[in-house]
Design a protein around this ligand. Structure first.
Ligand code: UDP
Length: 229
């Protein structure tokens, strides 16, 4: 069992070590992304065409469990950090977040991993996408981290994919904010229990509307899928 299907979306069930061996577009999927993709077919196609789709978070883990697959979740931020360590020394591009956050995140990562070789960086607030895509591709990075949130980051990477066919490219959401020490990750107990989403929602109640109704709807859809299989 390596790739399974959840509501029509492929999910790769490798352990983290095996997942790190893959190249191409990496999607760290969650129920909100599936909800959005079910309403936006172009986005669904981007996800379905990703080379690696990792189950990020308890929602996907639970969904897979309902379908009878016992799969351990992989936190996107941890996977991204492992990629940075794996490819340290090789050219890396960082795109996304606010300018000061980006600088701080890269600075902190460099103090932790001095070999990190950032050959291109740009914040995530631009209206000249084509230019940013060309600039990124020209530098020929081996690793590309894009922190613009879903769906923007996956759309950006998808456009970059044909120009950088051998790179590993991952959408990392709010990870730059965490690496810049602007946003804390949930305490370990929340992480262990799969309740990071709850912690983040308590800290930032605006997030509530992102998980509702997406999360309960997701669980209902999965039960429906189970019944019809
Ligand atoms: N962001 C960006 N460009 C945009 C919108 C968002 O670079 O047009 C950044 C934002 O500054 C933050 C990240 O994208 O650093 C997304 O954060 P969010 O909390 O939405 O991500 P999550 O981890 O929840 O997917």
């Amino acid at each position: 069992m390596e790739r399974v299907s959840l509501l029509g979306f492929p999910i790769d069930t490798y352990n983290i070590e095996n997942a790190l061996e893959h190249k191409g577009q990496v999607v760290t999927i969650n129920p909100e992304m599936i909800d959005y993709a079910l309403q936006h077919p172009e986005y669904a196609e981007i996800i379905k065409n990703a080379e690696l789709i990792i189950p990020d978070g308890i929602g996907i883990e639970l969904g897979l469990k309902i379908l009878g697959f016992n799969v351990k979740r992989i936190a996107g931020i941890e996977f991204a950090k492992r990629l940075i360590i794996k490819y340290k020394g090789e050219p890396a591009a960082f795109v996304g977040a606010k300018p000061d956050i980006l600088e701080k995140a890269v600075g902190n990562l460099k103090s932790e991993i001095p070999e990190l070789n950032v050959i291109y960086k740009h914040d995530g607030y631009f209206d000249n996408e084509e230019e940013i895509l060309s600039q990124t591709a020209e530098k020929k990075p081996v690793l590309v981290l894009v922190a613009m949130g879903a769906p923007k980051q996956e759309e950006f990477i998808y456009k970059l994919k044909t120009r950088l066919p051998d790179a590993v490219m991952i959408g990392v959401g709010g990870s730059f904010d965490v690496w810049a020490n602007e946003v804390e990750r949930a305490p370990e107990i929340y992480q262990k229990l799969g309740l990071e989403w709850l912690y983040r929602t308590i800290k930032d109640p605006k997030r509530f509307k992102r998980i509702f109704p997406a999360l309960p709807l997701f669980v209902l859809r999965v039960f429906k899928e189970k019944l019809t299989c």
